[in-house]
Design a protein around this ligand. Structure first.
Ligand code: NAG
Ligand code: NAG
Ligand code: NAG
Length: 260
């Protein structure tokens, strides 16, 4: 991600010449050919009366080859996480989130607008969720303005971005059956890890993934793990002792085991 200085330089350069913006972006800059995570046409993230957003400053969270930060997530920066901190302070950036002198959506020549809905970097969004204290701790996200590319990026590395993926599914009411499908490969690898004897961390991330999936799938995997753990229970007393309490389903297994 570019430094703030570079970011502002790029910003002022682009905003200073809207003709350049139009010619330097492709015909999709109006969002027309982009899909949002709901599977429909990408909507504009910013709107009249608020600061103009988007990597190419078109208002849309477009996908751009040279945008390593991939500013695909539309989030309302004028509301704050439940911690009382805004996106900038939670992610340790200088407080550009509170800027009120930004070029306006309806007229980029008019730099009097406050940032409201903003296309943020998908990687920063993932760490924002963690640092803010989880999906429930973050403010509104604008689902119809979030680029499908973000979902694809998270799906390609569910070990690292499973939580962010889960959060988008949850907050945007996405079809959970496609969620379990998206995670099925990572689920089976997580299940294998458990089967082969895992660390508490591995189990805990499996747990997190499971939260987002339907009860049926959870039951199947839980059953598998139960059988495995039950099989190995004699040799595994020490490992159980490392359970930090965050790995609820292992605990449940232990409880069940005790009651047998
Ligand atoms: C963003 O959040 C602010 C503060 O909660 C609210 O007033 C505003 O209506 C929100 N904007 C959108 C587009 O939801
Ligand atoms: C912004 O200013 C430039 C140059 O002054 C002008 O050509 C352009 O039409 C203006 N844009 C808007 C949206 O008013
Ligand atoms: C666990 O074991 C299975 C076969 O029993 C194997 O396919 C898989 O790769 C192993 N997973 C790890 C993480 O070692």
């Amino acid at each position: 991600m570019p430094s703030r200085g570079a970011f502002l330089l790029v910003l002022s350069t682009i905003v200073g010449d809207t003709t350049l913006v139009a010619s330097s972006t492709d015909v999709n800059s109006d969002g027309g050919a982009y899909q949002n995570i709901l599977g429909s046409t990408l909507r504009s993230c910013s709107y009249d009366g608020t600061a103009l957003t988007g990597y190419t400053r078109t208002g849309y969270c477009v996908d751009q080859d040279d945008d390593a930060g991939s500013h695909h997530i539309c989030i309302n920066l004028s509301s704050i996480a439940s911690s009382g901190q805004n996106f900038c302070s939670v992610t340790g950036q200088s407080d550009w989130c509170s800027s009120t002198d930004m070029p306006c959506h309806e007229d980029p020549n008019d730099s009097t607008c406050a940032i409201e809905n903003w296309c943020v970097c998908q990687w920063a969004f993932a760490s924002y969720i963690e640092k803010a204290g989880g999906c429930d701790a973050i403010q509104e996200i604008q689902c119809d303005a979030i680029n499908m590319k973000a979902l694809e990026a998270y799906k390609s590395n569910t070990n690292k971005y499973g939580k962010a993926l889960e959060c988008l599914y949850k907050r945007c009411d996405l079809d959970m059956s496609s969620y379990s499908y998206a995670l099925s490969s990572s689920m089976s690898s997580a299940a294998n890890t458990v089967r082969n004897g895992s660390t508490a961390t591995d189990t805990s991330s499996t747990r997190r993934i499971m939260i987002g999936i339907g009860v049926a799938l959870a039951a199947v995997v839980g059953g598998l793990a139960y059988i495995t753990i039950a099989k190995k229970r004699r040799g595994r007393a020490n490992m159980m002792g490392e359970d930090d309490g965050s790995t609820g389903w292992k605990r449940d297994d232990m409880t069940t085991e005790t009651s047998l």
